[in-house]
Write a protein of this length. Sequence first.
Length: 412
Amino acid sequence: MESCIRRIENDIENITKITATPQMGCTRFSYSKEDKQVREYLLKELEGLRLKIKIDGVGNIRAKYVDGNEDKPSIMFGSHIDTVANGGKFDGLTGVISALEVMRVIKENNLSLKNPVELIIFAEEEGSNFGITMLGSKVLTGKYGLEDLKKIENDEGISSYEIMRNFGLDVENIGNDVLKKDEVKAMIELHVEQGGILDSEKIPIGIVKAIAGMKTYKVSLKGVSNHAGSTPMDLRNDPMVGASEIVTYLEKVAKEKGLPSTVATVGKIHCQPNMPNVISGEVDFYVDIRDVEADGVETVVKELEKKTEEIVLKRGLKAQIELVGESDSVRLSTKVIEAIEKSALEKGFEYKIMNSGAVHDSAMLTELTEVGMIFVPSINGRSHCPEELTDLQDIKLGCDLLLNTVIRLANE
Ligand code: HGY
Ligand code: MN
Ligand code: MN
């Protein structure tokens, strides 16, 4: 039994045409009109397979195939369909399309399995709307509730609660949708590596043993807005220069004081009033700190706080550092890792056991069930950009491995 590469290709092509930035990669934020179109496409496919479909209050989609085994916990598999701005074709979508193809093959072959199988599509994984990654899976696993959604806002100050409700979701009742421990026996997410290890070593499959944890901070520096021409250099309280010193220092800390697996990035910055001939009054920037070792993250957090205090005193600024999102690093299930390995050996696929520097929804389920991840190569290690590329043949291999592992776990 194998997946069908033509159907996989067809789904990816049809869905990646749906983007808000057709000339510049994939931009498909959750709760956008593009998201609505992709959901319609996928729901039509899932309805065609006569699955039990449920869309929860934040937009996670669950599609279950039960066949006289409804009293048993399911084997869950899937990923996310939302993207970053100007992102790639394959981040998230590869796992969703592979999951859809696995479900098709199981149904076409009328497999009767001891455990039900369940496809999941997570909402708002990228954090593109509110700056908080994996919001859909955090609500699904009870890490965030209704009151949090009413407080979480986008850059325009609109709450996630409002946006989800306007998208037509029953967000009021998210409490009824929290995943219970006994609902899922195991969960597997197939995803593009988003790094260059598999591609450079020419290995088609990665089996993930740990997923990095992360902390996202919003740093706001307030100075004195003034005329760019008539203000002498020694009379300035310029938050832009302060921000640039902190950003530069973060790179130094991650490289020299962190662990080899520690990374830190500032990828989003706003300044007010953002005019070439005005000394900024305020600069807000987001700091993304990650490591598979918690100590690595904490080292950078401490240095961020220390440096900000130093810069504030030196430049006569005011600062606010707000933790906007976090997730712990997780070790994945040895049971599921072994199941994936057995399937890879059975199919003769070469594989590498490795960590994930990117975060993933599956990391949110590790307290509730046994979780594993399958990686397929990202060519040149590029991701979160229009250049993101994964070979269709590698996706098929990953999909066949997912199929074999799901059947193995559903029948043991
Ligand atoms: O940021 C991440 O690691 C994921 O792509 N949301
Ligand atoms: Mn992803
Ligand atoms: Mn991503």
